[in-house]
Write a protein that binds this ligand. Structure first.
Ligand code: MLC
Ligand code: AMP
Length: 521
């Protein structure tokens, strides 16, 4: 088997001077911490050797729900090296959510925060997981204790481009969460394209302020830095003041739109503060044109907006420099997500699947080496989300609705999937409605997304009572908080006698959205 292990490619890009600093961060008590390139290589080798010593079946899933730390990054690299599949889980997920992911993915190893060991290990052992380790955000836990007994050299396990590297749970267009299977080839090809398209250089310094359990923070940001031998300034959580303070020593920043909104509220964000920055990248949710313009006025920089998904990593990007495929166009256009990236095929089709002419709005479908292998153990769902054209080419249905203009700029104008994106996190109305509908006295419910100045969009629930029942919106919110990740909790719950329906009996969420659109104005 030829060597397509992603770690091999990342390692080959490390600078010659392995004693140079690769990651700069601060411990919880404020102590500065520096990790050299050699530290990344050797410490991830120890964890990879620990994983190897467990004699796990090939392609085992390593499920990880830990606070952000450099050691969590090392665990990701170690999983790649050992040839297993990394399965990151949002730290906000509660026991019911974790139970579903662990039950569905059947990981051989689960790594959790020391404080959660009790309940997480119970779920894991019940699901048949053999090994549960802990990893704290302060370099503590059984994972590192055990890894310390292993050697600091390790040859990456040979992997084919088509072998599984990670599973990211996402609801796609419908239903319960599905594990999107991403391969070593998917991740490497996308990282190589972005390296070129965004003009990454070894002397770049990336401010990493995103969580590392989704595509944006885990793949786009980390691979961009590692594949270019560029240093990262690593912030355990997003703090606008800390980001602005890091800017004079940095060159690139990546964030979801909420991060840009919060940075604009920071008085320290000045032209002087950004003097050494070369690139600001935004994505994961629509960037408001107001934010785009205000950023331009305040900093003199034009945010580069791009578009992607868990199933496909990055799909489109505004140009960094002139794009020869589009007549040398180099304008970053607000309100668009730019051009299909090199190697990515993108088309807009009608509801019957027929391609639409330039400028018309329709369903966005994509293909390319970045498109995932399929949903974990859900072949039928996988098949539903792809369509095959007359030439036999397979297109993935993104569930996003948009158009491509005559110059090739793609705009996202909506979604055919019932999805709310709040502060860059996905909230699936069907999931939340399911929980609400189970509560005593509830007849039915509808979760809608309404505009929000900080999170872009937030969930608001409209709930109808069963005859004679008295419902209390605040009590419902309180109950949901004990069941679901905090970002999924509706910001408000309204009790209404009935939900508006069309002639077919379908709930008219557009009317509810219209009714509540000014709630957080
Ligand atoms: C936090 N809260 C949210 C929220 N984040 N509410 C709605 N939406 C969110 N995203 C709420 C909590 O429930 C809590 O409410 C209160 O805010 C404080 O919580 P917190 O954890 O202290 O919040 P904070 O640290 O301020 O987090 C906000 C944030 C975070 C914007 C920094 O949400 C974030 O890191 N978002 C980035 C998500 C991301 O990386 N997405 C990439 C997906 S990849 P209460 O009521 O309990 O007080 C992808 C593909 C692609 O989409 O194209 O990139
Ligand atoms: P996820 O499933 O978390 O990977 O979220 C992917 C979804 O985020 C996409 O299908 C889009 O709906 C949305 N998205 C990502 N980037 C952008 C963007 N720049 N503008 C609008 N929507 C975006």
């Amino acid at each position: 088997m030829s060597q397509h292990n992603l770690y091999t490619a990342l390692r080959a890009a490390f600078p010659d001077d392995l004693d140079a600093v690769a990651v700069e961060t601060t411990a919880a008590d404020g102590t500065p911490l520096h990790y050299t390139w050699s530290d990344l290589d050797r410490a991830s080798a120890r964890i990879a050797n620990l994983l190897a010593s467990l004699d796990l079946p090939d392609g085992s899933r390593i499920a990880v729900q830990v606070e952000k730390s450099v050691e969590a990054l090392l665990l990701y690299l170690a999983t790649l090296r050992a040839g297993h599949a990394f399965l990151p889980l949002n730290t906000a997920y509660q026991s019911g959510e974790i139970e579903y992911f662990v039950g569905n993915a059947e990981p051989a190893v689960v790594v959790c925060s020391p404080a959660n060991f009790g309940w997480v290990s119970k779920i894991a052992f019940t699901a048949g997981t053999q090994h549960v380790f802990t990893l704290g955000d302060d370099r503590t836990g059984t994972l590192l204790e055990r890894a310390a007994h292993h050697g600091d050299t390790h040859l990456p396990v040979p992997r084919a481009a088509d072998d599984l590297a990670a599973i990211l749970y996402t609801s796609g267009t419908t239903g319960r969460s599905k594990g999107a299977m991403l391969t070593h080839g998917n991740l490497l090809s996308n990282a190589q394209v972005l390296k070129e398209y965004w003009g990454f250089r070894p002397d770049d310094v990336l401010i990493h302020a995103l969580p590392i359990f989704h595509v944006h923070g885990l793949f786009v940001a980390i691979h961009a830095a590692l594949l270019n031998g560029s240093k990262m300034i690593w912030l355990a959580r997003f703090d606008p003041r800390a980001v602005v303070a890091a800017m004079p020593r940095a060159t690139v920043f990546m964030g979801v739109p909420t991060l840009y909104v919060r940075l604009l509220a920071e008085p320290g964000l000045t032209r002087e503060a950004v003097r050494n920055m070369r690139l600001f990248i935004a994505g994961s949710a629509p960037l408001l044109i107001e934010t785009f313009r205000e950023w331009q006025q305040r900093t003199g920089h034009t945010i580069l907006e791009r578009y992607g998904m868990s199933e496909t990593i990055m799909l489109t990007s505004n140009p960094y420099t002139a794009d020869p495929r589009h007549g040398g166009q180099d304008e970053r256009r607000g309100g668009t997500v730019g051009f299909a990236l090199p190697g990515v095929g993108l088309r807009v089709v009608d509801d019957a699947g027929a391609p639409l002419p330039v400028g018309e709005i329709g369903n966005i479908q994509v293909r390319g080496p970045n498109v995932f292998k399929g949903y974990w153990r859900m072949p039928e769902k996988t098949q539903e989300e792809f369509s095959t054209d007359a030439d036999g080419l397979r297109w993935f249905k993104t569930g996003d609705v948009g158009r491509v203009d005559e110059r090739g700029y793609v705009s996202i104008v909506g979604r055919s999937k019932d999805l709310i994106i709040s502060g860059g996190y996905n909230v699936y109305p069907a999931e939340i409605e399911g929980y609400i509908n189970e509560m005593p006295g509830v007849a039915e419910s509808a979760l809608i997304g309404v505009p929000h100045p900080d999170f872009g969009e937030v969930g608001v629930a409209v709930i109808t009572p069963k005859p004679g029942a008295q419902l209390d919106g605040d009590a419902i919110v309180g109950r949901l908080k004990s069941q679901l990740a905090n970002f999924k909790i509706p910001k408000r719950c309204f009790i209404a006698p009935e939900l508006p329906r069309n002639a077919m009996g379908k709930v008219q969420k557009n009317l509810l959205r219209e009714q509540h659109k000014g709630l957080f104005a």
